[in-house]
Design a binder for this molecule. Sequence first.
Ligand code: BES
Ligand code: ZN
Ligand code: ZN
Length: 503
Amino acid sequence: MRIDVHVGSIDKIQADAIVLNAFQGATTLGGTTGSIDRALNGLLSEIITSGDFKGKVGETSVIYTRGALASPRVILVGLGKPEEFSVNVARRASAAASRKAQEMGLQHIASVVHGAGAGGLEPGDAAQAVAEGAALVTYRFSDYKSGNNKPSLEQFTLVELDPDKAEAERRGARSGEAIANAVCLARDLVNRPPNYLTPTMMAEMAQQMAQNHGKLQVKALDRDAITQLGMGALLGVAQGSAEPPRFIIVEHGPQDAPPVVIVGKGITFDSGGISLKPAVGMDEMKGDMAGAAAVLGAMQAVADLDLPLHVIALVPSTENLPGGSAVKPADVVRAMNGKTIEINNTDAEGRLVLADALSYAATLSPRPQAVIDLATLTGAIFIALGRAAAGLFSNNDALADRLYKAGEHTGERVWRLPLYPEYREIIDSDVADMKNSAGIARGPAGAAVGAMFIQEFVDNFPWAHLDIASMTYLTKASDLGPKGGTGYGVRLLVDLLRNWQPL
Ligand code: BES
Ligand code: ZN
Ligand code: ZN
């Protein structure tokens, strides 16, 4: 989708539709919607006073202009109650209008910048949200379908009457476009069939991405290099598969500054290994690299926005399969930091690969100023929080607080859960330094036990773990996109990194 900003009056724009908005409970129409209403002889106010259009968030109505405007249609979209308006509502409203246009097969729509007028948002923030909403909702994954499955909606024009706001809105729209593209990269990675997204191919995609966007250095360590580093936990998970593992490192910004490190679980398919998962729903485990997808997407946006910050993404990637040489329950492996792990459940593999990634982060020089991992780690996080928020665990209140704020601001919410010391004994092992799971089905605080395990590999740096298992894959469409991969975490991370200050 092409996104541009036009300065002028929206009634003069020739598009397939123009998009206007109205708050819920509005009795008089103000701003652009009011002036277009007059040009349409009160058609818009009639739709509202009749009660046919209530102005709920995302509600849409299509009106035909019959020559009164340069465009043949108006899509009227609801902004909800004025007191509940926010940048998230602006994004959803823009998405709803774009979805409607897409369903009608329209190619070009021109929209007011929801929130930049009466909504009281900063014009750049509003433009970013409007651009994101349009680009995210029209996303389709059709790489493996025959025929033309391209989305119809090709062009989206933001229209601003006030030239004083235009420059900020241009910048906002460009950021929104870059961020939406990064989310779509993450969605593509999650949606791609696991035979087309092996660890080797994920490393190639990272190289490709770096080439196309510049400002990034990529290294992809192969099995030999991983062995050299002593990453016994990652190797343990990888040994049941014919596909070799990769440890992918993507870097941006000044290398002499302490980096912010983002880590993504990159299991390209999680069968459970010898602790095999049930057949029904196992296909969704192609999305067990959604943490990796989020950090790679975030790196693309970091490059496009050219953030003045040293950021390093780490992606430990492997399949988790029950091959003849697979790791077995009761096997013991040694992670890169020297700690030994009894693998009592081969399906708790995410924490194993993260153990080595966090051990690696501890060896970086200069030392990380913060490490944030994202992982589809446990089914238990769905029991705790549903699809409303990802689970957040952290050893640092300031970092946790910033992630919380980024979550509220982007709508990619996180909710903090505790790391009480009494969870630690749940993973005491008789033979090794720890075991990788409680060893009972649906035991207490399953997500926290996973986080507790990962914390064993945190070397004193500020750290946050996001359990995103319930946020990354949908079986029905949402406000911001189709079913399948959501790209959760990209917008959250980019918001955090754009506003980064030393902790
Ligand atoms: N990849 C799964 C977690 C998951 C579940 C992600 C559902 C997305 C949707 C993870 O590797 C796993 O299998 N976790 C186990 C941990 C248990 C064995 C301690 C789980 O949650 O059952
Ligand atoms: Zn698993
Ligand atoms: Zn997994």
